[in-house]
Design a protein around this ligand. Structure first.
Ligand SMILES: NC(=O)c1ccc[n+]([C@@H]2O[C@H](COP(=O)([O-])OP(=O)(O)OC[C@H]3O[C@@H](n4cnc5c(N)ncnc54)[C@H](O)[C@@H]3O)[C@@H](O)[C@H]2O)c1
Length: 349
């Protein structure tokens, strides 16, 4: 098996998660780390025994030994780094949210069009959760009958200290928003994963409890009209001191109803009584399967799952499970939410 050599650009909070995920994949080594803040990449390299650290990501891109890069920087820098990496012949996996603006997104997507043989993946690790895969299958197989409504609520807490911890957080220019583009982005993406493409949307946002620290939104509401005709309501806030991390989806169809919280079913009823009886067991099996994590084609959950899939995609010259193009569509819908909130208009995607 040919050894795959990787580099990580951005050595902050999420970088060690990529590092540890690469180390779980046989035949993969992380050869270089980068961060513009002096000493930051070196400290991480020392901790994990990575042979090289640098300040300028072009050094990694110019190294012919490096096959793949993880982009783990702030949202607004993703587009340029992804485009540069693809143009230098690297395979790329880029953290969420793929970009902060449509212009940056187009930069990345055009670079992939120029280099279609390179693997380009966008991180949405919750798509690898067995329970989410099962729920998507149930929806696609019509187990709910005609889906009439769905709603999603994300309540989380990000404190002033959190927003002050890095200069890019809470800024339109670098984070590109806050609670939607950064925390609720995963759940918002799952709406697309479960229900398909969004046709149009309208949104409104506000800053309720972080006025002193951030210029972006800490609270947002939206109505999403999907191409299948469903209207979905969405709300999220990062000002929830009582419940620091909680999410819930509600699905109502002509044949079934499901309350799905923290990626687990909490209440359900289907006209098909067998399905109603079996559902708890099926989702319990999903929980068990998360613990097994064995075999080449079983990718476990979360980042290790997504990184393993990315490496296999590189080895097999195939598309990854979450393509850059697909994660880009979620980014585009998120940018549209902000545009709608600013203009007061419905946005057609
Ligand atoms: N998938 C997840 O669950 C998850 C969780 C946390 C963060 N993230 C994402 O990961 C990314 C980084 O988030 P974080 O929390 O690690 O942020 P962070 O601020 O801790 O780290 C980002 C690092 O990138 C560096 N950087 C910025 N521009 C650079 C450049 N041009 N070249 C080299 N380094 C540069 C910064 O100096 C910083 O150290 C974001 O996109 C974030 O949304 C994803």
């Amino acid at each position: 098996m040919k050894e795959i050599k990787c580099g990580i650009i951005g050595s902050g909070v999420i970088a060690p998660v990529h590092l540890e995920s690469y180390r779980k994949v046989p035949g993969v080594t992380v050869r270089a780390l980068c961060d513009i803040v002096p000493g930051k990449a070196q400290a991480l390299a020392d901790k994990y025994g990575v042979p090289r650290a640098c300040l300028d990501y072009h050094e990694i891109l110019n190294d012919p030994e490096i096959d793949c890069v993880s982009v783990c920087t702030d949202h607004a820098s993703h587009g340029q780094i992804v485009a540069d990496a693809l143009d230098k012949g690297k395979h790329v996996i880029c953290e969420k949210c793929l970009t902060a603006t449509d212009t940056q997104l187009d930069l990345a997507l055009k670079a992939h069009k120029r280099n279609p043989e390179r693997v380009f993946a966008g991180v949405f690790q919750h798509r690898f959760e067995p329970a989410n895969i099962l729920l998507r299958k149930m929806i696609r197989e019509g187990k709910f009958g005609t889906l009439l409504t769905a709603s999603l609520n994300v309540a989380c807490l990000r404190t002033d200290e959190y927003y002050n911890s890095d200069p890019w957080r809470g800024t339109w220019a670098q984070e590109g928003g806050s609670v939607l583009i950064n925390q609720a982005v995963h759940h918002f993406d799952l709406l697309r994963y479960f229900l398909g493409e969004i046709d149009s949307l309208c949104a409104s946002y506000s800053n309720r409890v972080h006025q002193k620290t951030i210029e972006t939104e800490d609270t947002i509401n939206a109505i999403l009209k999907f191409k299948n005709g469903m209207h979905v309501t969405f709300c999220a806030t990062s000002g929830s001191f009582a419940v620091p991390w909680r999410s819930g989806f509600f699905f109502t169809g002509t044949q079934g109803y499901l309350e799905y919280s923290e990626f687990k079913p909490v209440f359900w009823k289907f006209l098909d009584e067998t399905l109603t009886e079996e559902l708890g067991k099926k989702f319990a099996e999903c929980e068990e399967s998360k613990a097994i994590q064995a075999g080449k084609n079983y990718y476990g959950t979360g980042h290790p799952a997504q990184i393993a899939d990315f490496i296999d995609a590189v080895r097999d010259s195939r598309a990854p499970f979450v393509t850059g193009e697909d994660s880009g569509e979620t980014a585009r819908a998120i940018h549209a939410c902000y545009e709608s909130a600013r203009t007061g208009k419905w946005i057609q995607l």
